[in-house]
Each structure stands twice: as C-alpha cells, then as structure tokens.
Write a protein that binds this ligand. Sequence first.
Ligand code: SME
Length: 161
Amino acid sequence: MPEAFTNQSSAVRRKLVDILDGDNDGPGKLQEIADALHELISHYNWVGFYLALPGTRTLVLGPFAGEPTEHTHIEYGRGICGQAAETRSTFVVKDVSKEDNYLSCSIKVKSEIVVPIFREGTVVGEIDIDSHRRDAFTEADTVFLEELARTAEQLIPIDFP
Ligand code: SME
C-alpha cells in the first residue's frame, strides 16, 4: 500500500505494512497494530479496539495496548465510545475534564479520539486512543485513524463473537 498513511512517519508506515502483510489472523493483526501505534506514536498513550456485539448496541473491548481498563463493555450512548457508536461519527475530545458524558479509565488521560469502524454502513467497531496530553489530536490524527479504520474493517471477524 505505497500511498497509504502518508501523513505518518516512515517507521509507522513500514510497521503497518509489515503487520498487514504478515501471517497473523485478523484479531492478531489488530493486537499488533495497537501495540505498534502505542509504541511508535508518543501521544498515543492507550490504543484499543472496541468491537460491536451484533444486535446488542454494546461495544466489547478487543485488542488493546496500555493499562487495563474497567470499561470492557460500553452501551451505545455512554461515554465517548458509546456516543461515537450512536452518532456514527469520529469524536475528538480536547479536554476530557470538560466532557460530561465521559468514562474515565485513568486520571492521567487528558484527551481522547474515537473513530468508528464501518462495514457496509454498520458500525462493527471503533479505534479508541487516549493521550496524557491535553488537545493532543489534530486533523492529521483524524485522517490517519479514519484511513486505518477502513483497513481495520477487514480484520474484524465476520462472525464476531
Ligand atoms: N474514555 C472512554 C472509555 C474507554 S477508555 O478510554 C479505555 C469513553 O468515555 O467512552
């Protein structure tokens, strides 16, 4: 994918290409992507995939990198993740302390971005990234992560769970 992820460093692009070309299955690749982004992008302090449990309007925590979170199941509408699933749109929160409908994972987290993953128009999951820096996410992060979401769609099992 030579034209992909062009707003990222060559190290990130190379790593993503290696993962996507690798032998792991879909969920294994999602884990590798979470680990790689967490390691290589300094303002990505927690990187996780939530998967939509079909027919339940609930998100379930999938592969992630960073500290464990108590929020393993999130109903549509609750928190940033639930709002992104409900409204089917990317959420960027510059300062989580100013957000009423927010589920805190750690007091260290200052800003967050959540990007829905669609399959044939249905939300099948999300990419969720937390940063310890206030206002850490720019338009470049949105472009990158929406592009990544289009790729990640193919990695979520059709028959999940
Ligand atoms: N902060 C999220 C919950 C998930 S954690 O960030 C890992 C939310 O408000 O939905």
